[in-house]
Design a protein around this ligand. Sequence first.
Ligand code: PLP
Length: 404
Amino acid sequence: MTAEKNSAAVNGRPVWAEISLSALTHNLHAIRDFVNPKSEKRAAPRKVLAIVKGNGYGHGGPQVAKALEKAGSDWFGVTSAAEGEQLRKAGVRKPILALTSFWPGEEAQLLKHKIAPAVIRCEQLAALESAAARRKLTQRSVAFHLKIDTGMNRLGIAPTDIDCFARQYEKCQHLKLEGVFTHFASSEVFQGPVASQTREQEENFHRAVARLRTLGIDPGLIHLANSAAIATRPETWADMVRPGAILYGYHPGYDPIERRAEAEKQLPLRPVMSLRTRIINIRQVPAGSGVGYNAKFVAERPSKIAVVAAGYGDGIHRSLGNKGNVLIRGVLAPIVGIISMDVTMVDVTSVPDVVLGDIATIYGPDGQDSSNVLPANLVARSIGTVTSDLLCAVSARVPRLYLK
Ligand SMILES: Cc1ncc(COP(=O)(O)O)c(C=O)c1O
């Protein structure tokens, strides 16, 4: 038997992430069509702001943004001036929003690369205005979005600060309010104590926007919806939506979980990343023998244990030790023992014909056969985390292979 070859070529240590650009483009188009139903008459189609922060949820921010720009994304969301600059350097021309606002010192970089910041405190207007004046920019040429904290108690101005914002904004000749937004704390939750939170956040938001209008300020683009709201709450779509997780192929963890099947049916997505490695060692382990650090797995029967070339230093979540699985030759093989930094042990006793060099898929589609998938959202749920945590964790030393 020879080792499986169902993969893109990678040189050197065999751990890599296959990024399917066709799956990514499919997801963008699916989202755009979903939020622009043919039955609805709107003067302008709803825009899509693709969230590419966190290195494009681990997929490679600049590469993903380039592909999405070509596929028609209207806007991009990053976290900082530095992430925005990376996109500009890769040639992205569409507007970019720095969602997490800016820290003193980031203003020049934002202005230089035409990255619109989120303003989350009124006094930031003066800092932005001074930076624009220093660069001798023209009037109303520096775009920003106002973030309103409608109940998450994280980032954004309080709805009660709208009047203060309006007074400060009037003094800033260089600045232009291009959009107003908020972020939902629990849009995936439909039961329990926070079931009504999204509705309350929406109401707070619309009241704040109405106050802005009363004060004579045009709010520009109105946007609220993250992945869960896009998939399940059409009343939140407004002028633009901000997909993160769904862009990369995964619905969030709805509560109750039964909501998932319905959401997946209405908005079918394709996982974009497949994290893969190869078996670099196989050994027969007698019953009663311990495997890995602290012998946290003890073979109950004579076992065939494979070592794959990926560990927590590559982004495999350490809590998958003795808990998760990988896909080898289309078979789910259990991870055994503690996950090391560079390698992980897998019980391959039940995998027919397994040999050194076989590919192990850690999350995502198992090669070209898209019917065989180890979905990252199920892996995440099994260890009590979210899909984005697993995807963002794929480390810098893992080469990303972009497949058309
Ligand atoms: C302001 C904002 N909008 C949208 C998103 C995308 O969220 P999701 O991945 O749930 O779509 C995020 C992600 O954290 C965010 O911070």
